[in-house]
Design a protein around this ligand. Structure first.
Ligand code: BG6
Length: 472
């Protein structure tokens, strides 16, 4: 792989592929959830923007805007559809076609093994809390490594373990929809740590010389608006909760004893931890960190005595969510704080470009010179097209310009940043938010029956930005 800075954009299988039951694909937990009454919106990823059939066009458009890398995920149930572990050759062939297109244009693939969409047969057995999940994941990972080998120079094991576990077991908006279940949250994160390490063990056994493997983290380090001992404690506990339980084992190969003590002191039973797993974790750490960057995680001491988690998925239809918030609170540990001087997006998420810089600098402080790819960064909007479907998304351009500016500053200041991926390549399904919350550089017309792709103003802006910053 060339040492050039990577400029690209990102997608995920369930969010863009469609073809949910085509060519031997098995159901994922998201297929099952979206088809069930628990999905009160009735909106699914069954078709989405149909990347399954439009991939050639999408990758061509990426290349035409100067992007030299593409982050996407493989659908695990497309490759291993059933419990019998029989590999679906048609599933493998689909991603071969995607990789062919990438190669045609010199686009470096950055490929995630699982981006939320566990196979349903794993979901039935307890999903991320199923005790056999790490062996199933390692089996699937080995199939992928064996088949694609060094055609894929950058592999990612799991997308956003923290956010996935958080939505599954704390907020309850993602399947299996548990609320405030901290015991399962801890178990889920631990199993993800083991999944990551066991997949990396398979990867190392392949002896690749030109491929690397990493993990993608969903949030930045916690921060606070005041610097007192109490506020510093709140920050520490939030980092235990959101960051260190994943990143320490993945990057350093161990859990901080203080973290484990703090978790036990909350009454969480850690008897699921096993010495043999800890040994595998110790010996199988990542080559790089993928860091998604959206906003700050601001916390203060928990004054409410409440444990509660909220997100705002309500913005699907009405655009009235200007003040709704994403909050998290754990009694005795921390709760969310709000800086009233900053702007929120329509889903109540703070827009604070400098968080990109702070995140990267703090990662370097804790994890040294590890290579970092900014694997997602983007702005969800209710885009308004003109009569030709063209979107003048100046707000998105300003967002990207400001965030990227801080990322490049962190690079100048010594962080080993090696690439940047805008979320998302084209409009796609936004989990519980459906299709009205759009992130794409390219608009998808969901109404015209053709799923026509129309580049937005941000697409052209990004093309010019890349040209000017090719050699950063
Ligand atoms: C990241 C996920 O957390 O944020 C993506 O990896 C997701 O899959 C993106 O789409 C934006 O979040 P949302 O909920 O607004 O689509």
């Amino acid at each position: 792989m060339s040492e050039k800075f990577l400029w690209g954009s990102a997608t995920a299988a369930y969010q863009c592929e469609g073809g949910w039951n085509e060519d031997g694909k098995g159901p994922s937990v998201w297929d099952t959830f979206c088809h069930s009454p628990a999905n009160t919106t009735g909106i699914t990823g069954d078709v989405s923007c149909d990347f399954y059939h439009h991939y050639a066009e999408d990758i061509r458009m990426m290349a035409e805007s100067g992007q030299n890398t593409f982050r996407f995920s493989i659908s695990w149930p497309r490759i291993v559809p059933k419990e019998d572990r029989i590999v679906n050759e048609a599933g493998l062939a689909f991603y071969d076609r995607v990789l062919d297109e990438c190669e045609k244009y010199g686009i470096v693939p950055n490929v995630t093994l699982v981006h939320y969409d566990l196979p349903e047969y794993i979901g039935q057995k307890g999903g991320w809390c199923y005790e056999g999940i790490a062996d199933e994941f390692a089996y699937y990972a080995a199939v992928v490594f064996q088949h694609y080998g060094e055609r894929i120079p950058l592999y990612v094991t799991i997308n956003e373990p923290n956010h996935n576990a958080y939505c599954d077991y704390c907020v309850g908006n993602y399947p299996p929809n548990h609320k405030n279940d901290l015991q399962s949250y801890a178990h889920c994160l631990y199993n993800m740590d083991v999944c990551n390490a066991k997949a990396i063990r398979e990867f190392r056994e392949m002896g690749f010389k030109n491929s690397q493997i990493g993990i993608v983290q969903g949030c930045g380090p916690a921060t606070s608006l005041q610097d007192t001992p109490e506020y510093r404690e709140a920050v520490k506990y939030c980092d235990y909760f959101c960051n260190f339980g994943i990143l320490d084992p993945a990057i350093k190969g161990y859990f901080e004893p203080e973290l484990l003590e703090a978790v036990k002191a909350r009454g969480i039973d850690l008897s699921f931890m096993k010495d043999e797993d800890l040994e595998i974790i110790k010996n199988n750490t990542v080559d790089f960190l993928g860091q998604n960057i959206y906003s700050r995680l601001i916390v203060k001491p928990n004054e409410s005595g409440i444990t509660a988690f909220t997100v705002n998925n309500a913005g699907n239809n009405d655009g009235t969510c200007k003040t709704a918030r994403e909050t998290r609170a754990i009694a005795g540990w921390f709760e969310s704080d709000r800086d009233t001087d900053t702007r929120l997006n329509k889903w109540g998420r703070e827009i604070y470009p400098k968080c990109a810089y702070n995140t990267l600098m703090l990662r370097k402080e804790r994890y040294g010179n590890i290579p970092i790819y900014v694997t997602e960064n983007g702005h969800g909007c209710y885009d308004v097209p003109d009569e030709n479907g063209y979107v003048e998304d100046d707000d998105r351009i300003a967002f990207l310009n400001d965030y990227i500016g801080w990322i490049l500053k962190a690079k100048e200041d010594g962080v080993n940043v090696k690439g940047y991926y805008c979320w998302s390549t084209m409009d796609l399904y936004s989990w519980i938010n459906g299709y009205k919350k759009r992130y794409g550089l390219v608009r998808v017309d969901y109404e015209d029956g053709l799923l026509r792709r129309i580049p937005k103003k941000s697409y052209y802006w990004y093309r010019d930005f890349i040209t000017e910053h090719k050699d950063v």
